[in-house]
Design a protein around this ligand. Structure first.
Ligand SMILES: Cc1cc2nc3c(=O)[nH]c(=O)nc-3n(C[C@H](O)[C@H](O)[C@H](O)COP(=O)(O)OP(=O)(O)OC[C@H]3O[C@@H](n4cnc5c(N)ncnc54)[C@H](O)[C@@H]3O)c2cc1C
Length: 689
């Protein structure tokens, strides 16, 4: 779903990673081929193509003993305490082919060539990685399978009666894009010197079983008023809310001690994050809380929050990362706790549509000499003598990479681009198998509506973004229980003709894929199933606009098959779903000492990195962008990274903390010779000839 959450406290998580390393876990960032055997965690495997269902990786408690061998069963028992994830045995299906849809391209473009860095995919992670690498001076090529950039954040348009209607296929809620902020995506825009005009709004509408209410962002007092008005026990809710904020305040405070842009995965981090030392020294308790940062938020919430309204609110804030509080990394909530209640906090609507996120990054990429090739599907990552040396495109062209190949595709899609690894160390095969079988979220149902706004009275709502919950007793991951709708045209009049509105309604990422893959698009059965599964989406909008069907210009239902084809993510998954609580497979040594719920962005194949929302710090546009920045930093010497941080710190007073200053200078000579790490050095490159 969406994200404010995304605005999770990425920075806090960053601080925690940093701090954890400062405490001596430097080795956690060493090459995963060394680490992979150390951190192997239990992976669920299943028969044939489906495996564990309920909480297949659930670290937490007991209630996931209810296993089944059918992912679809997750629609049958969706009680609130369940942790829903889906799983497939990818190793048995290496040839799985995505459906293709008109309007997404045939992927046959792209020429041969030689670059320093090839990035596969132009999502927020890929474009951020590409643009920052180009700024570092690398010759960069970003290859995108689709005819549009932006990945999940692209938009599509339809002409209707001579008018153009544009819809986002994915994200809609963004905090911290209107001004210099701690949102890594905004930091990257500023680093690239690119602007993205937005309009702002200050609330999120909630349509719940007990009626409509509004979460007011940017005001602690207004939030307390909401708790007093809506919570079962108002004063207690306020007290518990403040107790939760207090409990997490030290970790939250670390957001301004170090940013995600300071991170890199080698010894150079000692220099780039050295600026956080004063915070660490004045807040020694941050060390005690380190494990908490990556652990499941529910462990803290359960000890403090009892009022149902507040527990529900917290779960909805977390669900943007895919899980409710149970399963969500605590860091996801830290940003919200710290920043969403500051007076300047607000949400943004990019003028021109969500595609502006990608287009802004694309401008940054091209400004520094990088190239984006659309409609260029990568069929295979070429590995030579254990090193990724380039890619083979769907049209057969071979493009070589001197320094690295970075995959912005999901882990499930990435492993399928790697051919036979049998002549490589066992660690590579283990990595491929474990990543391919990681539990993931389900797919998403969409309903795109264009309506006539004549005499439409929307004075009962204030905001374009809304959440709809049918039943608080059911899982918020249940795609028939939680959905969102977004009306960008309330603020952005460029997305449809005057006097009309566009509305994007979408389910949570828990729609099972199996029933869909058995159906043929266009068949009566398929159309009927679309209507059936989209009914809840129609009803959601009808709560706000009762006569929406009478106003219809046109409607489009997007099934998981279409979703998959448009965003090129295996089975249309919302993302990797490793519930926080214990370390993910391939998490590196950090995962051996802390419950680090992400596989490393480094891989056992030299010169192959990953970025995107399956990497730390997770799902959401800010997180995905941050992972791209971390990958770019990791590929470059620490000196260049320090220079970039210094430059970034001068973009705005609030970015001052990015520059580690003289403390960074102390560490620099100690670590300079160790960066980038050996497997990413250009002199390691082997010719593909
Ligand atoms: C419906 C929905 C709503 C959301 N709401 C929000 C929100 O409100 N706020 C928010 O911040 N986040 C939201 N998110 C999450 C956010 O959009 C994603 O986490 C983020 O955009 C993912 O970025 P990424 O870098 O992982 O790449 P992706 O977006 O997954 O992009 C990867 C790219 O790689 C390309 N690719 C894949 N394989 C190949 C190949 N073989 N060759 C070439 N190219 C390839 C794909 O075509 C794609 O363009 C939402 C997501 C969805 C789906």
């Amino acid at each position: 779903m969406r994200n404010c959450r995304w605005n999770l406290n990425l920075a806090t998580a960053a601080a925690a990673v940093t701090l954890s390393m400062l405490v001596g876990n430097v080795s956690s960032f060493v090459h995963p081929s060394i680490c992979s055997t150390i951190t192997r965690t239990h992976m669920s495997t299943g028969n044939n193509k489906k495996c564990n269902l309920f909480g297949s990786n659930d670290s937490n408690d007991s209630n996931d003993s209810n296993e089944s061998n059918d992912n679809v069963a997750q629609t049958e028992d969706t009680s609130r305490e369940k942790v829903m994830t889906f799983a497939y045995d990818m190793s048995l299906e290496p040839e799985y082919v995505k459906p293709t849809y008109p309007g997404t391209g045939n992927g046959l473009s792209g020429d041969s060539g030689e670059y320093d860095v090839i990035v596969i995919g132009s999502g927020m992670g890929g474009l951020s990685c590409g643009a920052i690498s180009a700024k570092y001076g690398d010759k960069v090529l970003v290859l995108e399978s689709h005819i549009k950039c932006g990945g999940s954040a692209h938009t599509f348009s339809r002409m209707h009666n001579g008018g153009k209607y544009s819809f986002e296929v994915g994200p809609s809620i963004f905090e911290g894009l209107d001004r210099p902020s701690l949102n890594p995506l905004r930091m990257i825009f500023d680093l690239l010197g690119e602007e993205m005009p937005v309009k702002t709004y200050t609330g999120l509408g909630y349509w719940t079983p007990t009626g409509y209410w509004r979460f007011p962002i940017g005001s602690q007092s207004k939030f307390e008023t909401l708790l007093m008005e809506q919570a079962e026990d108002g004063p207690k809710a306020v007290e518990e809310w403040n107790a939760l904020r207090k409990r997490l305040s030290t970790l939250g405070g670390s957001t301004t001690a170090v940013s995600l842009l300071n991170l890199r995965q080698d010894a150079g981090f000692l220099a780039t994050t050295a600026g956080s030392l004063p915070f660490v020294l004045t807040h020694p308790d941050v060390f005690l809380d380190l494990p908490l940062t990556f652990d499941s938020l529910h462990k803290t919430v359960d000890t403090i929050v009892t009022v149902p309204f507040l527990r529900n609110f917290i779960d909805t804030m977390c669900i943007f990362c895919g899980f409710p509080a149970k399963g969500a990394m605590t860091a996801h909530m830290l940003y919200i706790l710290e920043r969403f209640f500051e007076e300047s906090a607000c949400y943004s609507v990019p003028i021109g549509g969500t595609c502006q996120l990608g287009e802004t990054l694309q401008r940054g990429l091209e400004k520094f000499g990088g190239k984006l090739q659309l409609n260029a599907h990568v069929d295979q990552i070429l590995v030579n003598d254990g090193r990724a040396t380039g890619v083979r495109l769907k049209n057969g062209a071979i493009v070589t990479a001197k320094k690295a190949v970075v995959s912005n595709a999901t882990p499930f899609d990435t492993v399928k681009m790697l051919g036979d690894l049998s002549n490589l160390p066992q660690a590579c095969t283990d990595w491929k198998n474990e990543l391919g079988k990681l539990p993931r979220h389900g797919a998403i149902m969409h309903l795109f509506l264009a309506i006539d706004a004549t005499d439409l009275d929307l004075s009962h709502i204030e905001d374009p973004a809304h959440l709809v919950v049918q039943d608080w007793g059911r899982s918020l991951q249940d795609s028939q229980n939680l959905c969102s709708f977004f009306i960008p045209s309330l603020l952005d009049h460029t997305v449809c003709p005057e006097g009309k509105h566009v509305i994007h309604v979408y389910s949570s990422g828990g729609e099972p894929y199996e029933p869909w893959e058995k159906l043929t698009p266009g068949s009566d059965e398929y159309e009927a199933y679309k209507e059936e599964r989209a009914k809840v989406l129609w009803e959601a909008v009808e709560r706000c606009i009762p006569d929406v069907r009478d106003r219809l210009e046109f409607s489009i239902i997007g099934s998981p098959l279409a979703h998959e084809a448009f965003i090129r993510r295996d089975r249309g998954t919302y993302g990797m779903a490793w519930a926080a609580g214990k370390s993910a497979p391939q998490a590196g040594l950090l995962g051996a000492v802390l419950p680090f719920p992400f596989p490393n962005l480094k891989t056992p194949v030299d010169g192959l990195l990953r970025c995107g929302d399956s990497c730390f710090p997770g799902i959401g546009t800010p997180s995905a962008a941050a992972s791209g920045a971390i990958a770019a930093n990791t590929m470059n010497p620490v000196g260049k990274h320090l220079d970039m941080l210094k430059e970034a710190s001068q973009n705005d007073p609030m970015y001052k903390f990015l520059d580690p200053g003289f403390l960074g200078g102390i560490y620099r000579p100690l670590v300079e010779g160790l960066t980038p790490s050996p497997e990413l050095r250009v002199d390691q490159t082997v010719s593909t000839e």
